[in-house]
Design a protein around this ligand. Structure first.
Ligand SMILES: Cc1cc2nc3c(=O)[nH]c(=O)nc-3n(C[C@H](O)[C@H](O)[C@H](O)COP(=O)(O)OP(=O)(O)OC[C@H]3O[C@@H](n4cnc5c(N)ncnc54)[C@H](O)[C@@H]3O)c2cc1C
Length: 301
């Protein structure tokens, strides 16, 4: 357990004050036991993966922040894999591709964990996590660990119905047989497109806003004249208007102010209210018991 740990080291945005305590469980049993003890002692506890879709507060976080990145167990079957929540999604995509298994080509450039990608229903290039999930095993609010089949929960655009209800511990994913070279080529092309269109050289958290139905958040933000605009150290990327980059010393409050200003301006100019895709992790308990808290803060605004 690390005390007083800089949250900025846990976020791809490189933003955030100190966490009171950070712990990287190495087994599922370890994770559930820390969670149980924290619940008993009424210590706030929350869980993150690779921090590629979160904005941590400048004032830091009380209690325990659990990070899944050491939960990396994997077992390969016949066009199926059982994988723990902290496994890197992009690595899984690459390894499946090397085997000639198709299904995760879209995921090669997404820098999240398997658990985070399931909770966000991460997607790109017209595909998403939902299409390859067979089942998940999760820790529930009553402390039980249960397996759910794919038909027992729902996915929608960047949405999973388990959000706020459970922590994903492991998942079973299915693939289709494919041609190794074609799969690897598709992933390479996806990566090339990302390098061309996304500001990967500066700290960011991917797309800040969800695309409104039938439109693109990036197009609207660019049309409203926000490309290159800054508040403090946070800047709307010149390369992709739906990315906010940290130019060096961005604070959480800078990002939030920029988000608020963009939402207001796009609303005034085009009558469309943008919704955030990134998660703002505020203070308090973000554990599986904190459903109301998660509902309340699902969107940053
Ligand atoms: C350069 C870049 C490009 C990106 N491109 C894409 C893209 O193309 N498509 C896309 O969808 N996203 C994209 N993202 C966003 C991000 O990578 C995905 O949303 C990713 O799936 C988040 O995973 P994570 O492990 O980083 O989650 P985190 O950021 O750590 O957490 C996100 C949320 O999920 C919760 N969570 C994490 N793990 C678990 C778990 N095991 N159980 C329950 N809840 C959990 C956290 O509490 C938090 O609420 C991009 C980000 C970056 C930086």
């Amino acid at each position: 357990m690390e005390k007083n740990y800089p949250l900025q080291l846990l976020s791809t945005w490189r933003i955030g004050g100190p966490a009171e305590a950070v712990y990287w469980p190495e087994t599922v049993e370890d994770l559930s036991s820390v969670w149980r003890r924290a619940q008993e002692a009424e210590i706030p506890v929350r869980l993150i993966g690779r921090g590629s879709n979160v904005l941590f507060p400048d004032e830091g976080l009380p209690g325990i922040t659990l990070v899944t990145t050491s939960l990396r167990g994997i077992s390969w079957g016949d066009h199926e894999v059982r994988v723990e929540a902290g496994y890197t999604l992009a690595r899984l995509a690459q390894e499946a591709g090397e085997r000639g298994w198709s299904g995760l080509e879209f995921a090669r450039g997404i820098p999240g964990s398997v658990g985070g990608a399931i909770m966000m229903n991460a997607g790109a290039h017209g595909d998403e996590m939902a299409s390859c999930i067979l089942s998940i095993t999760a820790l529930w609010a009553d402390g039980s660990i249960k397996k759910l089949e794919r038909t027992d929960f729902e996915f929608a655009y960047r949405f999973c119905s388990l959000r706020g209800q459970a922590w994903v511990l492991e998942a079973q994913l299915k693939f289709s047989p494919g041609e190794r070279d074609r799969i690897l080529q598709a992933m390479k092309e996806n990566l090339t497109k990302r390098t061309a269109n996304q500001p990967l050289e500066e700290p960011n958290a991917g797309s800040v806003f969800r695309n409104p139905p039938g439109d693109s958040a990036g197009r609207l933000i660019e049309a409203a004249g926000w490309k290159g605009k800054c508040i403090g150290g946070a800047k709307v990327s010149e390369k992709h208007a739906n990315f906010i980059v940290n130019t060096g010393k961005a604070m959480s409050k800078d990002v939030l102010a920029l988000i608020e200003a963009i939402v207001l301006d796009v609303q005034l100019k085009y009558g469309i209210t943008l919704q955030t895709e990134v998660e703002s992790i505020l203070t308090g308990n973000r554990g599986v018991k904190a459903k109301e808290d998660i509902e309340e803060h699902k969107s940053i605004r």
